[in-house]
Every structure is written in C-alpha cells, then in structure tokens.
Design a protein around this ligand. Structure first.
Ligand SMILES: [Zn+2]
Length: 367
C-alpha cells in the first residue's frame, strides 16, 4: 500500500492541479478509456486514493490547506470523468441513430413455452390417479442393493435377471464389478424399502427410471416404470381387480374392457397380467360389425387380437413378506408394476417407442 511523504505529496498534488485542464480535455473515446481514467485516479491505488491515504502522515499545521487543495482537485477530476461519460453516451446514441433504421414492422420471434415431456406428464397422471385411490407416493434410489432388487423379492440366485448379461452392476474405483450394487431393474424394490421401514397397513406407489441391458428397436436400456402395492388384513385378489380396473377406466376411458390372465413373476403368487381392449382399433366400438372386424384385422398394435398387455400383478408372495419382516400371517397384499413408456404410447397413439427419446420438437409439441 503506497503512501507519500510531504515533498512527494506536494509534488503529486501540484502535478494534478496543473493538469486539470488537460484532464478535462482528454478524449475518452471508448468505454475502456473511461475505465482506465477512473482506475488511474480513483481506483484502490489511484492517485487521489493514495493522496487521501497519505493525509494522516502530513504535519498537523499543513493538513487543512493541503486537504482543501486536494478536495478541489478531486472535484475537478470527478467532474471531468462525469462529463466524459456523458459525452461518450451521447456519441454512442448518435452513432446508433446514424445507422440503418430499425424496421418496426418486422414480426417478432415467438417464444415457445416449455411443456412436460409425455413421459413426465404420464407419470404425473398415473401417480395422481393412484393417489386419488388413497395410495401414498414414494421415491426410491436408482442404484439399489442387489439383495433388495432381487433376493428379497424372491428371485432365485440363478435367475437370468441377476446375470451381468441382463443387468447393470456398479463398478468399484479399481474397475472391478461390485455385484452387491445394481442399477435397479424395476421399481418393485420400493416394496422392500417400505416394508422394512414401517408396519402395515400401507398402500404405496413409486415411479421412476429403471435399467436393463436391452437395446434393440423395441427396447431401450433405460425406461420408466410405476409400481404399487397394498398390504392390509384380509386383502384379496378381488381388491386387486377392483383397484386396477378403476385405474384402467380412469386412464383409458370407462368403456375400455379389462382382462386378467395368469402369469409368473417371482414376487407374487398367484400372478397375472392385465390386458385392456386395444385403444387403437377399439374392438368394442360397434362390435361384430364389418367395420370393426376389418379395423381389428388390420391393427398392428394388438396384432389383431383386440387386446394389449399393460401390466403385471398378483398377490404378494409369502417369501417377500418373510424377507421384509412382515411376520403376522393375517396380513396379505397385492402388487402390480407397469411400463410407463408403453402407457404413454397407448394414450397418445404413438407406435414407435424411439420417438419418445428422439426429442424432435415437431413430434413432442403435438402431444
Ligand atoms: Zn388393435
């Protein structure tokens, strides 16, 4: 930090005083010139800053007169800077006005408002639908304990899904594979977390991203699922059918037929799949008429069967209860899981899953 002795102070002050008119007449043509002038004189190590700092080193009997001269000089330089700024702004404005005129008749550029992706809006609507039936919405992690993703849900250790060919395991820092951590292959693991965390009764839904090593025209290695389950005393398959039928009617329309078929999943017994009437060829519309028969015969989505598969479901397997600490046998429950991408496709009439991930605005803004 610089400070002046008396002789230096006087020399510097005199120099500033003598050059006031020169300072005032200096052409400060650019913004950079103005800034340099300001820093040179009023910056942290500027000439006036150093002089002001040095005032307390001056002999007491000289301070008053030196202070007065310093203030006068500073005011003159401040005014010079202020005038130069105004002149600079006026010059800029004049240059702008001298340039080509602004065409006020040019149409404006429309701003396109953002909107949720169809996957996101489908997730919102599905969660909303189940919340209105009394289900709580839970969130869970995408990197899951292999035990929670498979073992506690009743997958036998040699199940193909537990293989590295089918699932993404996590790498350790040394590059080796940590088989105890996996990118969740389904949102079903929410059952394990919730049942271990608290006591039934409970009714929970969970939606999110899941990962499998599938990558072809109809499968993406990352997709979305929603899973739900309900545990209470005296829950039966009739409750499952009631809840899922209400969901279908709410999501796809009250006239859409529902069909349950037996199927196998490790974590339910009995297990089933739910099919809905094909929302593309709508075989219940004018059923039996030639128009309907032709429509369904030509439908690629349901492969002319009139039905499409939307979700897997079933009664929660006793093995899952046992491994999640629900020991009271009077509790039973049901669970279901479905692919959200597929529901979004059915609702919006999208025939190719890849369109959901191409982010083509022309496509997305139609939905
Ligand atoms: Zn169809």
């Amino acid at each position: 930090m610089k400070a002046h002795t008396l002789p230096l102070f006087e020399a510097e002050l005199s120099d500033l005083e003598q050059n006031v008119s020169k300072a005032i007449n200096t052409t400060l043509a650019t913004h950079g010139d103005l800034e340099r002038f300001r820093v040179d004189h009023f910056g942290a190590e500027g000439r006036f800053t150093v002089l002001t700092r040095s005032m307390r080193e001056m002999p007491a009997d000289r301070r008053k007169s030196l202070g007065q001269r310093l203030n006068r000089a500073r005011e003159a330089y401040e005014k010079a800077l202020e005038d130069a700024k105004l002149a600079w702004a006026a010059a800029m404005r004049a240059a702008e006005l001298a340039g080509p005129p602004i065409d006020v008749s040019l149409p404006g550029r429309a701003t396109r408002p953002g909107r949720p992706h169809p996957i996101s809006s489908t997730i919102e609507e599905l969660l909303d639908g189940f919340a209105s039936l009394g289900f709580e919405i839970a969130e869970s992690r995408e990197i899951e304990l292999t035990d929670f993703n498979f073992g506690r849900l009743g997958f036998p250790p040699d199940h193909p899904a537990t293989d590295m060919q089918d699932s993404f395991f996590v790498k350790r820092a040394d590059g080796s594979v940590d088989e105890s951590l996996v990118l969740r292959t389904h949102t079903t693991s929410i059952q394990v977390h919730e049942m271990l965390r608290r006591k039934p009764p409970m009714a929970v839904v969970c939606a999110g991203t899941v990962y499998r090593r599938d990558d072809d025209a109809t499968h993406s290695p990352m997709f979305h699922q929603i899973d739900g389950f309900l545990v209470d005393r005296g829950v039966t398959f009739a409750h499952l059918k009631g809840v899922l039928t209400a969901f279908v009617h709410r999501t796809f329309g009250a006239d859409v037929p529902v069909r349950f078929r037996p199927s196998y999943f490790p974590f339910v017994e009995p297990g089933g799949e739910l099919d809905i009437g094909c929302t593309f060829c709508r075989p219940w519309d004018g059923a039996g008429t030639k128009a309907q028969i032709d429509r369904t015969a030509a439908c690629r989505t349901c492969k002319s069967t009139g039905y499409i598969e939307v979700l897997g479901c079933g009664m929660i397997h006793p093995v899952v209860f046992a491994s999640c600490g629900v020991t009271d046998p009077s509790f039973t429950g049901f669970a279901w899981g479905m692919g959200i991408d597929r529901i979004a496709m059915l609702r919006h009439g999208i025939r190719d899953i890849r369109m959901l991930y191409e982010n083509d605005m022309r496509f997305l803004t139609q939905l």
